[in-house]
Design a protein around this ligand. Structure first.
Ligand code: HEM
Length: 109
């Protein structure tokens, strides 16, 4: 059973571009992590200041292993070895779910 881990980021309007640029130059390490299934950065359309970082994992254990290792390196920020700047997000909360049902379009893999 896959698990979904969503990091909920509070991002003030003037920090949106900074946040999106940081993700654009993100480490890209998560793609190589065991049990990683999906990532999306979700920008709010309804006038809130809440971005969602959606990730899906094969299991809770795979997510924990990522958190304890590659996650830390992937959050050094800035890309290309730049030093850590002030966080673009003013707050964060981790949401956890398990996938109980799913569907895709007919004919898709
Ligand atoms: C303290 C709270 C957190 C903040 C403020 C934050 C913010 C960020 C930012 C700005 C980036 C872009 C790279 C960088 O500049 O470091 C990033 C990367 C990422 N974050 Fe977070 N993050 C936090 C915790 C988490 C957690 C708990 C998850 C778990 C769902 C997560 C998932 C990811 C993923 C998957 C990436 C891309 C890593 C890669 O490409 O290898 N983050 N995060």
């Amino acid at each position: 059973m896959s698990v979904v881990k969503i990091n909920v980021l509070t991002v003030p309007a003037e920090q949106r571009e900074v946040l999106e640029q940081r993700f654009a130059s993100r480490a890209g390490a998560v793609e190589n992590s065991d049990g990683f299934e999906w990532f999306e950065l979700l920008r709010p359309l309804e006038g809130t200041d809440t971005y969602l970082v959606y990730t899906r994992w094969r299991s809770e254990e795979d997510f924990r292993a990522w958190m304890e290792g590659p996650m830390k390196a992937a959050h050094q920020g800035g890309g290309e070895g730049a030093p850590r700047q002030k966080p673009a997000a003013s707050g964060s909360t981790l949401w956890s779910f398990e996938v109980v049902q799913q569907a895709g379009p007919k004919g898709a893999a």
